[in-house]
Design a protein around this ligand. Structure first.
Ligand SMILES: NC(=O)c1ccc[n+]([C@@H]2O[C@H](COP(=O)([O-])OP(=O)(O)OC[C@H]3O[C@@H](n4cnc5c(N)ncnc54)[C@H](O)[C@@H]3O)[C@@H](O)[C@H]2O)c1
Length: 436
């Protein structure tokens, strides 16, 4: 990757954090940032704010906080905005999401209710479970993209922002097959003008709008969105992109455990994963078309880590299944079970059971915060296109053409730290290192 430092890279400045979808993960991020600013919490789960990087030598190892190694905007300099297809505000949306306690939300009501989404871009064919009555209308999809661009430009001007990052956090869209219209930017733009809803989903319209303005785009969801050659072509010219699908609960544990089993040369007959969750995401995934999108992103990881092609005796016959069941009583508190059927010496069978009682949005929010900081850093460094070094955060990491995704968490972290060192090397000390 080439690193180019633009004039504007000198100061972190004020950053607009734009959410496509003001639901559970978005409002949990906003509430968390506001709580941290008031001294009510610490940024637990944020690598950018709590992680370290080794800057010593072999003989003299020395770790320093990442936030002292590269410069990030302060939390006070983040300004939140975005779109939804329900006319709401951040406080109401957070209450509806039920991820955080009412007392906490009430103490942040002023800050949360200040975030009022603009009408979104909606197509019920992609989200049958969402009652999206608050949306834009336009001549064609290109016109809708122009309206999204106008929202961004106005927001940037009104809030005196230096840059923006768009986090796509909308409900998972129905599965979309790759199509010839996704292959080149020219064909994609023709499909936008033709309002071709068979190949263009709402999230692609947001992505097209943001990238056209040079705004970094993060796909926190499993939807195809920006992961098509046409939008990667645009991103390669204009802005960094990354995705898909935040690696939070069950998949996070999978990518921690599977490398250990492989390193011990233990075999795997099968890995059966099931989940219950009762939040908006669970309701969306109750639709088989949306679930297919999610399943695709969850299934890839084991094959890539265990490499049956290299270890046919260990993993050649493995079965991997993933189920998600919508169960309203649990709300945002997901429970996931894994039955991991392994075998060892002489083929003797053993089984590992995992019961993870997790909180979806609590795990997701700090990843979103890190992605704001790192994608803004990428933008300041002039890095365009897919950012593989941020694979650490995703279930299905986006890669440049010809590259394959890395899934192993510890390797992903090494790659991230290596890229930070590269960024530092190419950056005049005065602009990246925190002074004083
Ligand atoms: N919670 C997690 O840990 C986690 C992890 C990985 C990925 N994700 C993904 O993140 C996404 C959001 O999850 P969530 O739990 O916040 O869901 P949610 O249902 O609480 O929020 C989604 C929001 O998007 C809005 N929306 C739907 N279509 C829209 C459109 N076209 N334009 C603008 N807004 C739109 C909905 O009205 C809703 O407010 C999902 O795709 C989910 O799969 C979540």
């Amino acid at each position: 990757m080439t690193h180019r430092w633009a004039e504007s890279s000198a100061a972190p400045g004020r950053i607009g954090v734009l959410f496509g979808g003001l639901g559970a993960i978005s409002t949990t991020l906003i509430a968390g940032v506001e709580a941290i600013k008031k001294g009510m919490a610490k940024p637990i789960g944020s690598l950018a704010l709590l992680g370290t990087i080794d800057v010593g030598t072999e003989g003299d190892p020395r770790s320093i906080p990442i936030r002292d190694y590269v410069e990030f905007p302060s939390l006070d300099d983040l300004v939140f905005g975005g779109w939804d297809v329900i006319d709401t505000d951040g406080y109401e949306a957070a209450r509806r999401a039920r991820a955080l306690e009412t007392d906490l939300l009430d103490s942040l009501a002023h800050e949360l209710s200040a975030v009022r989404p603009w009408p979104g871009v909606f197509d019920a064919r992609f989200n049958r479970r969402v009652n999206g009555s608050f949306h834009k209308t336009g001549r064609d999809f290109m016109d809708l993209a122009e309206q999204v661009k106008q929202d961004i430009v106005t927001f940037q001007k009104e809030n005196r922002l230096d840059r923006c990052v768009l986090l796509w956090c909308g409900s998972t869209e129905a599965y979309l097959e790759p199509a010839p219209e996704h292959e080149t930017l020219e064909r994609f733009e023709a499909a936008l003008r033709a309002s071709d809803h068979t190949v263009i989903s709402p999230s692609m319209i947001y992505a097209y709008a943001a990238l056209s303005l040079g705004v970094p785009f993060v796909n926190a969801t499993p939807s195809r969105t920006v992961d098509v050659p046409a939008l990667v072509e645009l991103a390669n010219m204009k802005a960094p992109v990354c995705g898909k699908d935040l690696k939070t609960g069950q998949t996070l544990i999978k990518t921690i455990l599977a490398p250990g089993l492989r390193d011990r040369a233990l075999g795997l007959d099968g890995w059966y994963s099931t989940n219950i969750l009762g939040n908006g995401d669970g309701e969306t995934l109750d639709d088989p078309d949306a679930f297919k999108t999610k399943q695709e992103s969850k299934l890839a990881v084991l094959r890539s880590i265990l490499r049956p092609d290299l270890y046919p005796d260990l993993y050649g016959q493995m079965h991997h299944q993933v189920q998600i069941n919508y169960y309203p009583p649990r709300g945002d508190n997901k429970e996931s079970w894994d039955a991991v059927d392994i075998f060892g010496w002489l083929g003797y069978r053993m089984s590992i059971k995992i019961d993870f009682l997790c909180r979806d949005s609590i795990l997701a929010a700090p990843l979103l915060l890190d992605l704001v900081f790192f994608m803004d850093l990428a933008k300041r460094a002039g890095l365009n296109g897919p950012q593989e070094w941020l694979s650490f955060y995703f279930k299905s990491p986006m890669c440049r053409a010809g590259m394959t995704a890395e899934h192993e968490l510890s390797v992903q972290l090494d790659i991230l730290r290596r890229e930070l060192r590269q960024l530092k090397k190419h950056q005049p000390a005065s602009t990246l290192v925190r002074q004083g």
